[in-house]
Design a binder for this molecule. Structure first.
Ligand code: DHE
Length: 544
């Protein structure tokens, strides 16, 4: 018996020792280094926006072996192919991923998350490239073109910005920018565009040179979506801020050279729970013209930071930040005409948060439909409710019109005063101009097969009875999503991108802003994957 006990103890000890030295390792699908790299790029391009850089989930759920192992590769492939209700696109169905790529991604998602690198200030500084110093730049516009009616067009997958003359529709120049370039913003004088790529690269584009030029570059983030300049009188073009998706931070740079000045981490507490939010990404940023401040929205933390840059050049260079606990999953938004109230979507919460940008308070939180996605929204004077601001929705076939004049029409302020039905969900952007009678909306991410190739319009003086929707000729054949509407300076036309795959014909359709007739189409072998378009005058002056 004694011998048996000794054997048992020895066996037990061996098992413990073995378990310590040789923990049972989960089996991960094997991928080569090249396959891991390819999958990482696809993840970064298509998935990280919703599922987060660490795959731990953001507006989309966690997609790590932890949540996916039990479901298996076949399930993941099916979701990648067909999507899921509530926002997950069908990447296979829509032609973004082929069979091999879906297989690769299914295997990749069953592997542990690779560690995401953090950037030091020195590493950021080393990316800074001043191409044309300020002293070598013109002091007045050197072009004879009407540069204030230029359109800066994002050519997403070419990593370029096309500058198109809005008067003649000629391509003025093509400029290299960041990878999977995302948006442009204008300085308040209109002279400079700031471009931001998903790879975090910032490019400063001068429109006063004979042909527009990139005059400075830097890469303050590894993954980014937002950029903005300082706009308050006395500080115009002094600073540029870039908001990072990864590392969780924003970086302030010199406004004319992009020399990096300060990194500010956005690792902070989560609104409501107080827990640490380790991957709190920076979503929309806008600059106030009333205060020397940016309004910076921290997505996963549910916080809006008011960042006062006015002392950046004083001794010690202090940056004063006021934190407002707003709502989780802040995304995009725009100013109400007048520049006092900024409205931002908390998209997964189905809410719009109204920030009073003069008093730095939350003016209201408004319930709307599923997954609001305003872009910068749209402002007009409603015949019944006075000044209003509107958003569309990704997850509902509705536009919500919100009363936006607390001083003149307090009874309607921050209430949904109208809801307009649309035939399609998946709206990304809406737009108006005071010289056009129409409100225009896309449905670029609709799950209805006809949605992405359609546009809709409503007469502002008869919103309830005037809806017109049309299929854009040729868009279905080219699998081109009609996305992002922008008016010219005068508001006589509006432009919409026909965003097709890299190897298909993309185009920009130009419409008469009174009759809604297509009057011209910009095409060319250079016109690859156009998405956002930013008219200089309208972007600089917040016309939307
Ligand atoms: Fe965007 C604005 C984030 C996908 C085109 N997009 C914004 C803003 C954010 C954001 C935070 C507000 C910036 C600001 O105002 O400072 N976008 C994201 C994402 O996280 C998301 C969902 C997924 C991703 O991985 O990037 C995403 N965005 C897209 C697209 O697929 C679009 C249609 C084309 C593209 O770039 O791939 C697209 N987003 C745009 C555009 C704007 C924008 C054109 C600016 C609209 C405007 O009129 O101001």
């Amino acid at each position: 018996m004694k011998r048996l006990i000794v054997i048992f103890i020895a066996l037990f000890a061996f098992m413990i020792a073995y378990a310590d030295d040789h923990p049972s390792k989960p089996e991960y699908p094997h991928l080569s280094v090249e396959e891991m790299d390819e999958a990482f790029d696809i993840y970064f391009n298509l998935c990280s926006g919703c599922h987060g850089p660490t795959r731990l989930g953001a507006t989309g759920p966690e997609i790590t072996p932890n949540t996916l192992s039990a479901k298996g590769e076949a399930f993941i492939k099916a979701v990648l192919y067909g999507g899921l209700p509530g926002g997950m696109p069908g990447w296979g169905l829509q032609g973004f991923l082929d069979d091999d790529q879906m297989e690769l991604m299914a295997a990749y998602l069953l592997n542990p998350v690779p560690e995401a690198p953090i950037l030091s200030f020195e590493e950021i500084y080393d990316t800074w490239n001043l191409i044309r110093p300020v002293a070598d730049r013109p002091t007045e516009p050197l072009t004879d073109r009407n540069w204030e009616n230029y359109f800066g067009v994002i050519l997403r997958d070419a990593g370029k910005v096309a500058i198109i003359d809005g008067d003649t529709k000629e391509l003025v120049t093509l400029l290299d920018t960041g990878y999977a370039i995302h948006i442009l913003r204008s300085s308040s004088d209109g002279r400079y565009y700031q471009a931001v790529g998903r790879d975090g690269k910032a490019s400063l584009i001068d429109l006063w040179t004979k042909e527009p030029e990139v005059v400075a570059e830097a890469r303050p983030c590894l993954d980014a979506r937002s950029i903005e300049s300082s706009k308050m009188d006395g500080f115009v073009n002094d600073y540029i801020i870039e908001g990072c998706y990864w590392p969780p931070s924003f970086v302030i740079m010199d406004g004319l050279t992009l020399e990096p000045k300060k990194i500010v981490s956005t690792v902070t507490y989560e609104k409501g729970t107080g827990k640490r939010s380790d991957a709190a990404r920076v979503a929309a940023i806008v600059a106030s013209e009333h205060n020397p401040e940016w309004i910076v929205n921290i997505k996963e933390a549910g916080q809006t930071w008011i960042v006062d840059y006015s002392k950046m050049d004083s001794e010690g260079q202090p940056l004063t930040i006021t934190i407002l606990d707003t709502e989780l999953f802040l995304h995009d938004g725009g100013w109400v005409t007048g520049g006092r109230y900024f409205i931002v979507a908390a998209n997964n919460e189905n809410k719009m948060v109204v920030i009073d940008g003069w008093d730095n308070t939350i003016a209201a939180i408004v319930d709307v439909s599923a997954l609001p996605h305003p872009g910068r929204g749209a402002n007009w004077v409603d015949p019944e409710f006075g000044p209003v601001w509107a958003t569309g929705h990704l997850g509902a076939a509705k536009l919500s019109i919100i009363g936006a004049d607390p001083e003149g029409h307090p009874e309607h302020a921050w209430k949904v005063v109208r809801e307009l039905d649309t035939p399609y969900d998946g709206n990304l952007f809406i737009k108006v101009h005071e010289n056009s009678p129409w409100l225009i909306a896309d449905s670029a991410l609709s799950i209805n097969p006809e949605g992405p190739t359609s546009l809709c319009a409503w007469r502002i003086d008869d919103l309830e009875n005037s809806r017109q929707c049309w299929q854009v000729p040729g868009a279905a054949e080219e699998k081109a999503r009609m996305v992002h509407i922008e008016f010219n300076e005068e508001g006589t036309e509006f432009w919409v991108s026909g965003w097709a795959a890299m190897d298909k014909n993309s185009f920009i359709a130009i419409y008469d802003s009174q009759t809604l007739e297509e009057i011209e189409r910009i095409e060319g072998d250079w016109l690859v994957t156009p998405t956002g378009k930013f008219n200089v005058y309208n972007t600089a002056n917040d016309v939307y």
